[in-house]
Design a protein around this ligand. Structure first.
Ligand SMILES: Cc1cc2nc3c(=O)[nH]c(=O)nc-3n(C[C@H](O)[C@H](O)[C@H](O)COP(=O)(O)OP(=O)(O)OC[C@H]3O[C@@H](n4cnc5c(N)ncnc54)[C@H](O)[C@@H]3O)c2cc1C
Length: 341
């Protein structure tokens, strides 16, 4: 099947376009948030300050490659510039041992290292180098997709078998040497091409702020799980990856999307004194691209967020070309809705 090749300009839009929705975009870094003074300070010599009545924090996570010695020998696809670098490494790859995996169990998009491994199998088959390509996913989890429960574990084991990808669990990467990855307990795995996802950390304005960070969730943002408001500063909300560890779920754009709707609804309710009644959709719907085909995964995290269950309820519809089309269609619809094109 012919795959659509898309370049960075095809998958991004200038944020200035938001002015069409009467939203002002200021292209600047946030250096500090003071919830007592209701101010956000921006970088630059004169530390411009912004006042707010409501604040929605969606600063996500930062990658911290410097935490893993030797990681510069490896590749990953967790930021756009790094994806472009990986793309050229894959274009020059002539077969050999490929190792894919995160250094820590929490990172953006739990299934993505697996998807990447399946796509590499697809690419190597297309190029006629599959016979000499050995692919292994290394992971801190004992089993593939462990936090998603037994159904997803068995579904991913079936995928691993189908795409001839090995899985090495309980693997906590300690350092990367020339040609081998060493785990904290002294295991070693050889590689010709290593795709290693760096450690993630909450964005600094939250991580370094004792009023905003959750001490019990590795410094991710402190929120009240029912409203996504800060428990003390009730006009401060959090959405997306920055609150993921406080909710006890993974990092996914689909969560940020539904959380955004829920928070916007609460703010409008308060300002207008009306009740729009938008409920908090605690589900994740994800289209996985496994190279040849797509798969649709739906998980309901309500019981996990409410502390009533260890695993979400998940369903999967696999092996349909239509899902790949759906992923591209969603992107086009989303861009058109928000940016007008
Ligand atoms: C390879 C890959 C595949 C993925 N696939 C999927 C998928 O299929 N489905 C899915 O749902 N999710 C997927 N995700 C996860 C998804 O991209 C993230 O969960 C989502 O982008 C989180 O949104 P966010 O707004 O919370 O954070 P981000 O998207 O990280 O946005 C945070 C923004 O804040 C900015 N920022 C940070 N600090 C500052 C500061 N101090 N001042 C100013 N700006 C700042 C950052 O530059 C960034 O633009 C994938 C991620 C990766 C890497």
């Amino acid at each position: 099947m012919q795959r659509e090749i898309r370049n960075p300009e095809d998958i991004s839009r200038p944020l200035e376009f938001l002015r069409n929705k009467r939203i002002e975009f200021i292209n600047s870094g946030v250096v500090e948030i003071d919830p007592d003074k209701q101010k956000v300070y921006l970088e630059g010599e004169n530390r411009k300050e912004l006042d707010y009545d409501y604040l929605v924090i969606s600063l996500g996570t930062e990658l911290r490659p410097e935490k893993t010695s030797g990681i510069e020998r490896t590749y990953h696809a967790w930021e756009l510039k790094d994806s472009i670098r990986l793309k050229s490494a894959l274009a020059n790859f002539k077969g050999g041992k490929v190792v894919v995996g995160p250094v820590e169990p929490f990172y953006r998009c739990s299934p993505a290292p697996f998807e990447l491994a399946f796509m590499i199998r697809y690419i190597s088959e297309q190029r006629g180098i599959s016979e000499k390509t050995d692919i292994t996913v290394i992971h801190p989890w004992a089993e593939p997709m462990q936090p998603f429960g037994p159904f997803m574990v068995s579904a991913f084991k079936a995928f691993l078998e189908q795409f001839k990808v090995k899985f090495e669990g309980n693997f906590y990467t300690s350092e990367i040497k020339d040609g081998r990855i060493v785990s904290k307990d002294g295991k070693e795995i050889q590689y010709d091409l290593a795709i290693i996802i760096p450690a993630h950390e909450p964005a600094k304005p939250v991580y370094t702020n004792p009023k905003l960070r959750n001490q019990n969730a590795d410094g991710y943002m402190l929120i009240d799980k029912k409203t996504l408001r800060h428990p003390e500063y009730r006009n401060v909300f959090g959405i997306g990856d920055i609150i993921s560890r406080s909710l006890g779920i993974g990092m996914a754009g689909v969560f940020a999307h539904f959380e955004g709707d829920f928070v916007a609804s609460q703010i409008v309710d308060e300002i207008k004194g009306s009740f729009l009644g938008m409920t908090y959709n605690k589900s994740g719907l994800c289209v996985m691209d496994v190279g040849y085909l797509g798969a649709g995964v739906f998980c309901d995290f309500s019981k996990v967020i409410d502390g009533l269950a260890q695993y979400p309820d998940c369903w999967m519809l696999g092996g349909m070309k239509a899902f790949r089309g759906l992923k591209v269609a969603f992107e086009k619809m989303w861009f058109a809705q928000i940016f007008g094109k």
